[in-house]
Structures are given as C-alpha cells and as structure tokens.
Design a protein around this ligand. Structure first.
Ligand SMILES: [Fe+2]
Length: 233
C-alpha cells in the first residue's frame, strides 16, 4: 500500500517536470517585456474598425436587395428594421473613429464581400415567392450577422483591454443589436418559414420520389467493402 502511494507520487513529480519548459517560458516573458506592443495593437484595432466600417456600409446597400427578395412580410419588416439599425452602426463607427482622432475610413472586408456574393447566388438559385427563398434569405442574413457579432465581440474586448471604455460601451451597444437581429431571424425561421419550406418541398417531392430513392443508393463502395471483409478474414 505504502509502496503504491510512493510510486504514484514519483509519477506525478516526473509528469510535472515534463509540463514545465522553464527555458521557453523565460524567453517568451523576456520578449513580452522588450516589445512595445501598444502601438501595434492600436493599429490592429483601427484596421479592424475600418474592416467592419466597410462591411456595415456594404450591408446598407445589400439589405434592400435581400428585403426585396424576401416574400414573407414579417421577414421584409425585420430586414427593413435592421437596415435602419445598420445605418446607426455606420454612424456609431464614425463617432468611434472621431473619438480616436482618426478619419473614418473603409477598408475592403473580403469576408463580407464573400458573404454578400453568396447571398446573390442563393437569390438566383431560388424562386421568388417561395418559402425556400425566404429560408435562403434568412441564412444569408444570419451569416452576415454572425460575422459582425464575431468582429464586434472581439473589438469590444480589445477596446476594454486598451482602457477605451467609452468606445467599448459603444461597440457593445452595436454587438447587442446584432445579436437581437440574429435572434429575430432565428425566430422567424423556427416559428414559420422553415416549416413552410419543408411543406413546400414535400409537395414538390411527391411526384419524383422514385428518382430520389435511386439517388440515395450507394454506388461505388462495393469493391472496397469486399476488400475490408477479406482483410477481416
Ligand atoms: Fe451592423
């Protein structure tokens, strides 16, 4: 009994030694002390503000397109409301740039450009007036929202870390509004549109059930499966 406990203690000790690379840690700490990271962090922060400023301005021009593509009145209203809020987000960012003594400048956001391009293609691929189109519009808008939520969440934290509390609070207001818009869209999808789209597809699918069943059959795995079975033997 005593021997086992002693052995366990020794084992723990040796594991603890392995987990502490003392030399590496000291080197990292030295680097942290010598680097003056604050100007770099501020530069990065401003760069990210420019990115989201571009994204918000892009959304001001893209949301009316989504609103037009939507069929449900509830969805159209939600997108219209978010357009108004998005205009406020642009103005809030301009205020933040002002507080930082920087000129409000937009820097192309590749991510938002990609999301908007995808939006265009889902609109093209779905039929006007169908619930499936509305499902696609909601998903497209939510992808944009989630990008914004990630960005504002990060920026708010960064502002707080840099001691810019007023700016952190402004970013937090926008973040909460983005979350609200996202939840509204989820509500519309869950309570109504997703169900309608499922029904719509059921009706369309009734005619070609046989074809779909055929498509679902596995086609190319037979040889590999036989080989696996052979190997087991
Ligand atoms: Fe926004």
């Amino acid at each position: 009994m005593v021997n086992t406990t002693a052995r366990r203690k020794t084992a723990r000790k040796s594991t603890a030694k392995k987990q502490t690379p003392a030399r590496t840690r000291t080197a990292t700490q030295k680097n942290r002390q010598t680097e003056n990271t604050e100007p770099l962090l501020r530069e990065y922060f401003i760069d990210e503000l420019k990115d989201i400023y571009w994204a918000e301005k892009k959304l001001v021009t893209s949301l009316p397109r989504l609103q037009k593509a939507a069929g449900s009145e509830e969805l159209k209203d939600a997108l219209g409301e978010h357009l108004d809020v998005t205009r406020e987000h642009v103005a809030r960012l301009e205020d933040i740039f002002g507080q930082l003594g920087e000129k409000a400048q937009a820097k192309k956001c590749e991510a938002m450009e990609g999301i908007i391009a995808e939006t265009e293609s889902v609109i093209e691929d779905t039929e006007q007036g169908t619930a499936t189109r509305d499902v696609a519009v909601i998903m497209a808008a939510q992808k944009a929202e989630h990008y914004e939520i990630a960005t504002y969440g990060g920026l708010r934290q960064l502002a707080a870390t840099m001691g810019l509390q007023t700016i952190a609070d402004l970013l937090n207001t926008t973040l909460e509004e983005e979350k609200e818009a996202d939840e509204t869209l989820t509500g519309i999808a869950e309570n109504d549109i997703n169900y309608q789209a499922a029904e719509e597809n059921k009706e369309d699918g009734e005619e070609d059930t046989d074809e779909e069943e055929q498509e679902e059959e596995p086609e190319e795995d037979t040889d590999e499966d036989e080989e696996e079975e052979d190997a087991k033997k």
